[in-house]
Each structure stands twice: as structure tokens, then as C-alpha cells.
Design a protein around this ligand. Structure first.
Ligand code: ASP
Length: 310
């Protein structure tokens, strides 16, 4: 998969949901969401917009859709609250912005972008993160707008089963995007509700630069999904960059090697990645990863499970 030019790759989370365990119509709704995210990001790339715009808008599209674990429809923490996280990174100058423990925004990715634009911090948490987002025009959302009944049921089940550990059946749905724009600039964005039944205050890899999200125009843009604690301990997204840069691996091998390290440490998941040459990779070690990929002016592909042709 190597052709220079604008490219966009999105994911809707890695997990073990089996084809036959999805709700009726669920697979089609996930595909629709992935297609809509691709369409929104590609329209920007085709109009010459920077990669950062494309990844933020692609992720915002998925945050608004309850099929995914981000924004509306995010999973619930042990205390029944929604605790959202997101991050964005621009490859040109490694500028980055992230928010964690946000309870009242539909689009945490836009708050993360506002943190990047503000420039004084890389990661803001809680009410301060929401306030900066609101000041930048990100609309507030009430718990009723963010929480859907299915997530309450997921939490009840997780607590009954002694949950709080990563349940890749229930937690499928973290979202992310990477893009290479017409000028070869890269960007990455990731957004999540975390894990069902997680400890209140837990922060996973998604808002952490170098773990769940990374972009450098000299190397690669990466957005990850999976067992957050292990992706943090593996410094996953930066590890893909390091393997490309210092070990001379190609993109597919670098991603595979970084995922092998995740496996060795006891985690599972996947990522989407793109290089300035337009090479893309979408590997995962779970039964499936919701994913979509496209180049400007070419056919768009979406796939859910391992072996899906796309
Ligand atoms: N990585 C996310 C977290 O640990 C979960 C996921 O990707 O599904 O919060």
C-alpha cells in the first residue's frame, strides 16, 4: 500500500466482538459511521486542508455516533460517570493537545485541539479542560446527552462480573484517525470513554502523547486502541516511530514489532498508521478492529473483523 498523496485511516476500536454477537443492524451502523468519518476527513484533504483538520473532523464524526466508545455513547466508569479523554498531534512541529477526565463535552477531540492551539499545556484534565474547550466554542453536553442506556447495562454487567478489567467485548469502540495531507504533513487524533467499570480517575493511553497518539512529519502518525495500561508501558505510538527511524523497519514491520511488545506485556489491541510517503498500516491482535482507509480520489474501504476484505 504505497502511493504518495492524501491518505486517511480511521479506527473505531479493537476488540473481540464476534460477528454473531453484534446487535441487529449494529455492523451496518458501524460501517456507516466509518464511511461518514472517511467522507468528512477526505473532503477536507481533497480541498487542500491540513492533516490536523482532517483527523479532528473524522474523530468528531465518530464521537457523535453512539456505536463508538467516545463522546455520545462512551462507556461508564465504576461510579456511573462518563470520563472522556482525547488527544491530537500535528506532525510538522510535534505540537500536541490532550484532555482527560472530561464529563461534559460531546467533542473532547475539539477540546484537545483547543489545548494544542492555546499552547500553554499539552494535557489538561477535568473541569479546566472542559472550560478551555468551552471558551474555544466546544458546546457543553449534559450526562443525558452523553450516556446511552446500553452503556448503563454494560456497566451493571461488568460490576456483577467483578469487572473493571479491560473487557474487549464491551469496550470496543475507542476512535482515532491518522492522515497525510497533499503536502505530506501528518496528524493523529484519538478519543475514548476508556474502559467499562474503570476506576474513577483512571487515564488510559488515548490522551497520552507517545502512547495512544503520535505524529511527526519525518516519520509516522499513529493512533492506537487496546489495553491502555499496556500501551502506556510499551510507549506504543512512539515505539512505532523509533522502529521506523532507528531500526530501519518498514511501516508494517514497525507496527507489528510494537504490537508484539504489547502482547509480550500482556495486552492486546491495534493501531492505524500513515507515513509521509502515504504508506498505511492497520494491524491488530484482537478478533477485529473497526477500520476504514482511503486515498483522495480512490475507492474507500471499511472493515470490521480479521479477514474482512474491505
Ligand atoms: N485504549 C483505551 C483505554 O485503555 C481503550 C480502547 O482502546 O478501547 O482507555
Amino acid at each position: 500500500m504505497s502511493t504518495p498523496g492524501p491518505a486517511l485511516v480511521v479506527h473505531g476500536g479493537a476488540g473481540h466482538v464476534a460477528r454473531d454477537r453484534m446487535e441487529p443492524g449494529g455492523a451496518e451502523r458501524v460501517r456507516e459511521g466509518l464511511r461518514a468519518a472517511l467522507a468528512r476527513g477526505l473532503a477536507l484533504l481533497e480541498a487542500g486542508a491540513p492533516a490536523l483538520d482532517a483527523v479532528c473532523e473524522a474523530v468528531a464524526e465518530l464521537e457523535a455516533r453512539p456505536e463508538f466508545n467516545a463522546g455520545r455513547g462512551a462507556v461508564l466508569a465504576r461510579d456511573g460517570s462518563v470520563q472522556l479523554s482525547a488527544s491530537v498531534m500535528r506532525g510538522a512541529d510535534r505540537a500536541a493537545g490532550a484532555v482527560a477526565h472530561v464529563c461534559d463535552l460531546l467533542h473532547p477531540v475539539r477540546a484537545a485541539r483547543a489545548v494544542l492551539a492555546d499552547g500553554r499545556a499539552v494535557l489538561l484534565v477535568g473541569e479546566a479542560a472542559s472550560a478551555l474547550g468551552r471558551a474555544a466554542g466546544v458546546p457543553p453536553a449534559s450526562p443525558d446527552e452523553l450516556i446511552i442506556p446500553r452503556r448503563r447495562a454494560d456497566l451493571e454487567r461488568a460490576l456483577r462480573d467483578g469487572g473493571a478489567e479491560l473487557d474487549l467485548d464491551a469496550d470496543h469502540g475507542t476512535v482515532g484517525a491518522v492522515a497525510c495531507d497533499a503536502r505530506g504533513r501528518l496528524a493523529a487524533a484519538t478519543s475514548t470513554g476508556g474502559l467499562t467499570g474503570q476506576l474513577p480517575g483512571r487515564v488510559g493511553d488515548s490522551p497520552l502523547i507517545g502512547a495512544g497518539t503520535w505524529a511527526d512529519d519525518g516519520s509516522v502518525a499513529v493512533s492506537a486502541t487496546g489495553t491502555g495500561e499496556v500501551f502506556i508501558r510499551a510507549a506504543f505510538a512512539h515505539q512505532v516511530d523509533a522502529l521506523l527511524r532507528h531500526a530501519g523497519l518498514d511501516l508494517a514491520s514497525a507496527c507489528d514489532r510494537a504490537l508484539e511488545e504489547v502482547t509480550r506485556l500482556g495486552g492486546r489491541g491495534g493501531c492505524v498508521a500513515v507515513t509521509p510517503a502515504g504508506d498505511i498500516a492497520l494491524p491488530f491482535t484482537t478478533r477485529g478492529m473497526y477500520r476504514g482507509w482511503a486515498r483522495a480520489g480512490e475507492a474507500r474501504h471499511v472493515a470490521l473483523f480479521a479477514g474482512d476484505p474491505g
